[in-house]
Design a protein. Sequence first.
Length: 186
Amino acid sequence: MLSISSFFDYNVSWVIKLKRLEITHKHIILFILTFIVVVFGDQLTKTIIDHTLQLNTGYTIIDNFFYFTYAHNTGAAWGIFQGHLNLFFIISVIATIGIVYYFMQTEPYHKLTRFGLVLVFSGMIGNLIDRITFGYVRDFIDFIIFGYDFPIFNIADIAITIGVALVILEVGIEEYKTWKMSKSEL
């Protein structure tokens, strides 16, 4: 059973961790606004497409390049793991734990990583809402690049991709700085 003192100790430890993260009110507002814009924008655009296009039909934006094509995806990227809805719930829980843990390990100067993790989390929630509500993800952004019909995606997928790219970019920058410093010490 949870006692008052253990509850207090637990909450104090979180306050100490949050202070160590040095997250300002400005950052909190940015993270919350990013979350709201991504999730709301994702759901709004999916709803608009859902009400204006029939399933598996498209609308040409730029011929032979960019289309809105309405599709249901019961899998992940490129349609892998089709029909394994429970797997995506488990992955979402594990990803949430991983994102929160990794965020808590960041330093205050890891601004790109923190923002990237917020984008990844926001995109994951946008697609999770679809999976919970419909049993599939609504995709509609369709590009043909040099004759290759790229898999159809949505706003949540864009947020996830940009978020992962920001994390990779910052890790690369940090590794380069470390390498550069080790070279100067020689």
